[in-house]
Design a protein around this ligand. Structure first.
Ligand code: SAM
Length: 328
C-alpha cells in the first residue's frame, strides 16, 4: 500500500470512493510522515499492548499503531469511511473497526471484550470539535486503560496539561489532574494535516492514576465546585461559585445559613472572606481585592481569587493539586 501521508494518494482514494473530507466530523488527516511514529513513541505502547483509537480516518495513525501494538480497535463515526479503510488496512489482521459515535459506545464493555488481559492505551488524533467530551468520557468512566495520548489543538493541549496554578489551568485541567498526570509531548504545525487547520496542534499524554489524586467525599459536588469556580470569570469567585452551585447569594456578605456566608469565627487576615460548604468541606473565598494573600490560603492564580480553610483538609488538598495553589 502506498504511503497514506502522500497527498496524491489521499486524493486518489477520495476520488475512487467519492469521499470528501468533512469539516463537521473534524477531519484533518495527518500528512506529515514523521507524525504517526512520533505519536506512537509518545504513547509508549509495544507488542504487548491493546490500543483503542478514536477516529481512524483513512488509517494513517492506525497502520503505525497496528504495526507496533498487539491489537488496535478503532472507533469511527463516519459511515463513508469503512470502504476506504478496507482498502488501506487490507491484510492488517490485528485491526478492528467499530463504526459508531465514540460518545455513545460502552467503552468499558468494548475494552473488556477486545483486550482481555492486555494493558490498554488510547491513542488518537482527535476530532477537535469534541476534544473535551471525549477526554472527559475517557477519564470519567474510570476505564481499564493505562494512558491516553491524544493530538488536539495546542490551546486545548495547554489546558489538558496545565500545571496547577498556571494561567492555562481551567476546569478540565482540574479534572485531568484528578484522574491522571499529564504532559505536553510535542507540537505539530498546521501543514502536518490535510486540510491544514488554522491552528497549531499538540500531543498530550495522560497517565491514569491508580487512585484519584485526592479523596473527595462527594465527587459530583467536587466537580460542580470546580466548574463553578472556573465559570463566569468576570465575576468574583464567591459570586461565580454561588451562582454556579445555585447557592443563595449574599451580596452584603453578611452571614446567611446555607449559601455563601462570612466565616465564623473569622479566620485569616481578611475579615471580608466568605465561605461555603460543599463537597463535604468548607471552602473560604477571599474577595478579589484582598491586599495580601492569607498565610494559610491558596490562590487561584490568574483570577486573583483566594481559597482557604477546609474542615478536614480534603478539598484544600484537591484544590491545591488541581489548580489552586498556595501563595508564595
Ligand atoms: N486518525 C486520522 C488521522 O490522524 O489522519 C483522522 C483524524 S481526524 C482529526 C478525526 C477523525 O475522527 C475523523 O476520522 C472523524 O471522522 C472521526 N470522528 C469525528 N467525530 C467522531 C465521533 N463522535 N466518534 C468517532 N469518530 C469520530
Amino acid at each position: 500500500m502506498p504511503e497514506l501521508t502522500d497527498l496524491s494518494v489521499i486524493r486518489t482514494l477520495c476520488e475512487k470512493y467519492d469521499f470528501a473530507l468533512s469539516k463537521g466530523f473534524g477531519q484533518n488527516f495527518i500528512i506529515n510522515p514523521g507524525l504517526p511514529p512520533k505519536i506512537v513513541d509518545a504513547s509508549g505502547v509495544d507488542k504487548t499492548w491493546g490500543v483503542l483509537e478514536i477516529g481512524p480516518g483513512i488509517g494513517v495513525l492506525t497502520k503505525e499503531l497496528a504495526r507496533r501494538a498487539a491489537k488496535v480497535v478503532s472507533i469511527e463515526v463516519d459511515e463513508r469511511l469503512p470502504p476506504l479503510l478496507a482498502e488501506t488496512m487490507a491484510g492488517v489482521d490485528n485491526f478492528k473497526l467499530v463504526l459508531q459515535d465514540v460518545l455513545k459506545v460502552d467503552l468499558r464493555a468494548l475494552i473488556e471484550e477486545e483486550f482481555p488481559g492486555m494493558p490498554v492505551a488510547v491513542c488518537a488524533n482527535l476530532p477537535y470539535y469534541i476534544t473535551s467530551p471525549i477526554v472527559m468520557k475517557l477519564l470519567g468512566d474510570r476505564l481499564p486503560i493505562r494512558n491516553l495520548t491524544v493530538m488536539v489543538q495546542k490551546e486545548a493541549a495547554d489546558r489538558l496539561a496545565a500545571a496547577p496554578g498556571t494561567r492555562a489551568s481551567s476546569a478540565i485541567s482540574c479534572a485531568v489532574s484528578y484522574y491522571a498526570t499529564s504532559k505536553l509531548m510535542f507540537t505539530a504545525a498546521p501543514g502536518s494535516f490535510y486540510p491544514a487547520p488554522k491552528v497549531t496542534s499538540a500531543v498530550v499524554r495522560m497517565d491514569i492514576r491508580t487512585t484519584p489524586a485526592v479523596q473527595v467525599e462527594d465527587e459530583d459536588g467536587y466537580f460542580a465546585l470546580i466548574r463553578a469556580a472556573f465559570g463566569q470569570r468576570r465575576k468574583t469567585a464567591a459570586n461565580a461559585i454561588a451562582s454556579g452551585l445555585g447557592l443563595p447569594k449574599d451580596k452584603s456578605s453578611r452571614p446567611s445559613s446555607g449559601g455563601l456566608r462570612r466565616p465564623h469565627p473569622p479566620r485569616g487576615p481578611d475579615p471580608r472572606g466568605l465561605c461555603c460548604r460543599t463537597a463535604g468541606a468548607e471552602v473560604r473565598f477571599y474577595q478579589n481585592k484582598t491586599p495580601r494573600p492569607p498565610q494559610s490560603g491558596t490562590e487561584l492564580r490568574g483570577l486573583g481569587r483566594y481559597v482557604e480553610g477546609m474542615e478536614d483538609g480534603t478539598l484544600l488538598t484537591s484544590a491545591v493539586r488541581c489548580g489552586l495553589r498556595r501563595p508564595r
